[in-house]
Design a binder for this molecule. Structure first.
Ligand code: MGD
Ligand code: MGD
Ligand code: MO
Length: 554
């Protein structure tokens, strides 16, 4: 998230998972933590039992609501207004940490001015959260000695995603909650090692270690380390690629470990684009829906079949070791990349590409060689080594060989000097309900399934626990459509339609429906909107307008 990166230095938890137990207030906003980060969810429940006050902000009555002191059931896409209003009350009532702001923040006056009109009454009209609840939450949060913020996709998957994150950063800064235990601004990262992937520059703006591609000094540094000229251009985000293909700006794609034919919003558009490519290569551990339309499929090894490190959501770098050899012709991702690179460089042409290991079929450079290079590229990992990681996992920044690692960020300052309080004007979702599409659709996950289901739907136990697609709908909306629980309905948007069972429940509010995106037989991404956040290009997977209809029997 570019916004967060400029504010804080990087997009990772500033604090630790176990540190949640040190909190006295937790604000969990847009995160269904007990289902999507169950271990972290357990820590939150334990902290709540020990007296930490839990505030939940989620349009659905998720399990955490049962343990919460306050639940703000906002309309999807209204978080920016809600957070600005919480900040407004804090400043209005003089509850901000004045010393912290004076010492460690800048742009305070402009920020204060920007939220002058964000009264609880104004926010209630937008979000549907009662003004009195906003007032109480602002007081509880600001009076907490150690108040931690935990957020995930309910905050980021909006056209205002970056703004939402900046608003949360404002809240953390004005209450002095960065740089101490049990507090912080904590995005709970989603996939295994997605933290490591972003640290290593799997975002077009950055070289490894959040060093900007368009910075001349950085380019010079990497050209020297890699002994080759480096590209000066910022590339495309994955979500910009379907349009780039359609416009003829992109002709070839090599997809590793993603199944965008199901996971991209407005997937009909995405699929059409991928089908137009001159060359599509898919590298996956299974033959996915995306692999089915590929020109070349490269069979990859799974996590248990390869060596390396994973960096978790709290910036902790951990060694992973091969437990079993890969099946058949599958190879670990690094070896596949090495083999192709060697071909591209014209070396070892016709040979067996330097395979050195008869069981694992690995091709150098190995994971440990790559790790050594990482330590030369990025000061935050410069003090790490495989030797040290044998003993214990290390948390970046860890700049020297005898540095113990840094579990809590910003204890003494921020990478950019002072924290910038951004003036954020709330803007709503791109698509809002109307007569034709009167319901707000939000999408997400369930405990027993993982994304497009390529892995979890192969497990009988998981599949039995959550076998099929459904739409959560409020009893009043179901009654208006004359629906009975579990009957099959049609859900449609401007972009597509699916058929699935209705689950009548007051877990959602009137006017809102929820559909999980795990099920290819009723793939909700046929309906979702591919509008993007202008800064970080995340799609608006959390809000679009749909219609639900009763199926009249033929
Ligand atoms: N079981 C399981 N666990 C997973 C995954 C999985 O597929 N399955 N995926 C992993 C990945 S990659 C990720 S990114 C994480 C995602 O983890 P989460 O973000 O926790 O998961 P979601 O279900 O996408 O959405 C979270 C919550 O956002 C709420 N929400 C919807 N709209 C809004 C809104 O406008 N504002 C707010 N405040 N909340 C809103 C939803 O009601 C939902 O409860 O989960 C990770 N963990
Ligand atoms: N409507 C809607 N859409 C969403 C979201 C939402 O909340 N709502 N959430 C979005 C989010 S946050 C995410 S993260 C995406 C997830 O979207 P994807 O990443 O496309 O979904 P996955 O099903 O996790 O696909 C990962 C693929 O990697 C393969 N794989 C696993 N291990 C390895 C490996 O070691 N090597 C290789 N090469 N492949 C491997 C798996 O078999 C699988 O096919 O979905 C996004 N789409
Ligand atoms: Mo994710």
């Amino acid at each position: 998230m570019t916004g967060l990166v400029t504010v804080l230095g990087s997009g990772a938890m500033t604090n630790t998972i176990n540190g949640i137990l040190d909190s006295d207030v937790m604000l969990v906003i847009g995160s269904n933590t007990t289902e999507t980060h169950p271990i972290i969810g357990l820590r939150m429940l334990e902290a709540a039992r020990k007296g930490s006050k839990l505030i939940v902000a989620d349009p659905r009555r998720i399990k955490l609501c049962d343990s919460a002191e306050h639940w703000m059931q906002q309309r999807p896409g209204t978080d920016g207004a809600l957070i600005n209003s919480i900040c407004h009350v804090i400043l209005r009532d003089g509850l901000e940490d004045k010393e912290y702001i004076a010492e460690r923040a800048e742009n305070f006056e402009a920020f204060k001015e920007s939220i002058a009109d964000c009264t609880p009454g104004w926010a209630e009209k937008i979000s549907n959260v009662p003004a009195s609840v906003i007032e109480e939450v602002a007081h509880v949060f600001a009076k907490g000695e150690r108040a931690g913020i935990y957020y995930t996709m309910g905050i980021t998957q909006h056209t205002s995603g970056t703004d939402n994150v900046c608003s949360l950063a404002n809240l953390a800064v004005i209450t002095g909650n960065l740089g101490k235990p049990g507090a912080g601004l904590n995005p709970l990262r989603g996939q295994n090692n997605v933290q490591g992937a972003s640290d290593m520059g799997c975002v077009p703006t950055w070289f490894p270690g959040y060093q900007r591609c368009d910075d001349e000094a950085v380019q010079k540094k990497f050209a020297e380390i890699w002994e080759t000229p480096v590209s000066k251009n910022i590339g495309l985000m994955a979500t910009e690629m379907p349009d780039a293909i359609t416009d003829g700006r992109l002709a070839g794609l090599w997809i590793m470990g993603e199944n965008p034919v199901l996971s991209d919003p407005n997937s009909t558009h995405a699929r059409k684009a991928f089908e137009k490519l001159e060359c599509l290569v898919v590298q996956d551990i299974f033959l996915t829906e995306t692999a089915e339309i590929a020109d070349v499929v490269l069979p990859a090894a799974s996590f248990a079949e390869k060596d390396g490190t994973f960096t978790n959501t709290e910036r902790k770098v951990q060694r992973v070791r091969r437990a079993v050899p890969p099946p058949g012709e599958a190879r670990d991702d690094l070896s596949i990349i090495n083999m192709l690179s060697k071909r591209m460089l014209g070396t070892n042409r016709g040979g067996f590409m330097g395979v050195t290991d008869p069981i694992y079929h690995t091709v150098p450079p190995f994971a440990s060689d790559v790790f050594d290079e990482i330590t030369k590229c990025w000061v935050a990992m410069a003090g790490m080594s495989y030797e040290r990681l044998e003993e214990q996992a290390l948390t970046w920044p860890c700049p020297e060989k005898d540095h113990p690692g840094t579990p809590i960020l910003h204890e003494t300052g921020f990478p950019r000097g002072k924290a910038w309080l951004s003036a954020i004007t709330w803007s709503g979702p791109q698509e809002v309900p109307d007569e034709e599409y009167p319901l707000v659709l939000t999408t997400g996950r369930v405990l027993y399934q993982y994304h497009t289901g390529t892995m979890t739907r192969r497990s009988e136990v998981l599949e039995e626990s959550a076998p099929s697609a459904y739409v959560e709908m409020h009893p009043a909306d179901a009654e208006a459509l004359n629906l009975t629980d579990n009957e099959t309905v049609r859900a449609s948007s401007r972009r597509g339609k699916i058929e699935l069972a209705v689950r009548i429940t007051d877990r959602v509010d009137k006017g809102l429906v929820f559909i999980p995106f795990h099920y290819k037989e009723a793939s909700v991404n046929l309906l979702t909107n591919d509008a993007l956040d202008p800064h970080c290009k995340i799609p608006e997977a959390k809000v679009c307008a749909i219609r639900v209809e009763k199926l009249t029997s033929a």
